[in-house]
Design a binder for this molecule. Sequence first.
Ligand SMILES: NC(=O)c1ccc[n+]([C@@H]2O[C@H](COP(=O)([O-])OP(=O)(O)OC[C@H]3O[C@@H](n4cnc5c(N)ncnc54)[C@H](O)[C@@H]3O)[C@@H](O)[C@H]2O)c1
Length: 432
Amino acid sequence: MKVGVPKETAAGETRVALVPEIVRKLTAKEFEVTVESGAGEGSMLSDALYEDAGATIGDDVWTSDVVVKVAAPSDDEIAKLGKDTVLIGFLGPLSAPKTTQALADAGATAFAMEAIPRISRAQSMDALSSQSNVAGYKSVLVATNHLGRFLPMMMTAAGTVPPAKVLVLGAGVAGLQAIATARRLGAQVTGYDVRAAVAEQVRSLGAQFLELEAGKGAEGEGGYARELTDEEKQAQQRELADKIATFDVVITTALVPGRPAPRLVSAESVKKMKPGSVIVDLAAETGGNCELTEPGKTVVKHDVTIMSPLNLPASMAEHSSSLYSRNVQSLLELLLGEDGEINLDFDDEIVAGACITRDGEIVHAGAKKTVEAAAGSASDGAAAEPAATTEPATGAPPAQQDMPPAPASEPEPEPEPAAAPAPAPAERADED
Ligand SMILES: NC(=O)c1ccc[n+]([C@@H]2O[C@H](COP(=O)([O-])OP(=O)(O)OC[C@H]3O[C@@H](n4cnc5c(N)ncnc54)[C@H](O)[C@@H]3O)[C@@H](O)[C@H]2O)c1
């Protein structure tokens, strides 16, 4: 099977879909890998390293049997795809209707990493988790960098400094990693989520769990949270407002698949925080969890720094690429037939679930609904984007928080994050 690795062209995208270590493993099997010159530059990977690993360096990557990407391709790139070429990448099925439509129009067979069902057999392909893990870790470092306070307690001859208080709102993959990272740095950490099962996971990391009445037990389908009702949302914001004021750092990661990010931190809450406090909003790509968030920017409001980086994983390209690459390797191996050629078994739950376009059709229910909603808005004269999205104009990476549809079978419990919680992504993170 011939695999092509293009150089990523989206603004700020430093990652690459395959690293040499994985190329070596693939070329040891029945894969031939061609890498576009410079594809690994952003991840500190030279062409020579790829050649050593058995890849060919060349421009002819778009007509391979499979093209593997990180960010969604631009229109120009979609035009270069071969007639029978399969595309793999973060394609934004629930956030990038124009990309989905363009792929369908081009007749491409496209697999979205976000749409891989989150079942145990697909854990090694779970790129949402691998990249969310990076984002959760980095969010704490970014916050710390902007905080004029220590995270750990410091007992010095010049006096004792109490530990900083960190609140993590939304304790899924990114949130749990943020909690673990802030704990490692010695902060006093509190986590919060609407899913009841999360409380124990938060506590197992040595953090406190914030119990609120509003939205309690708001489990949705497939292990995700459901969207709260309007009454629940208001009650949640009210309850949170007083609590938030007591924290030095607030990291928000709350998402609901295919919906705008839930608003958890009101402008009023920000006003109540101590001057010098920091908010890092990881939900910026779908509108943000904080009312004062300006996606992609760092702003100071009421003496509180509010940061909303759009692609934190790109700021740690070496490890982000390496983890993503293993996710891609697992998917490629699933698509490899016994004869060493590509074999797409659409009876396989993972292959069927991850495929968003095929034979000129949009075959993923969520992606189809998103395209129809965008077309409806356009014909109503509104912006042609669905509520939960900020589709990049030029093939920039989609919001990583695109969630897969509820898998047909029950999702497995997330790998235990206690010791080193496991493991999301678009324009270069704002971390100045
Ligand atoms: N089986 C698997 O392989 C696998 C892999 C990864 C995740 N999962 C499951 O999916 C879950 C969520 O994954 P994710 O991190 O990608 O989720 P996500 O990115 O969709 O959401 C992040 C967190 O925000 C929370 N949230 C949503 N609305 C909220 C609100 N109004 N207030 C507070 N919190 C809110 C969600 O409950 C979730 O924990 C995991 O914890 C796990 O149960 C399963």
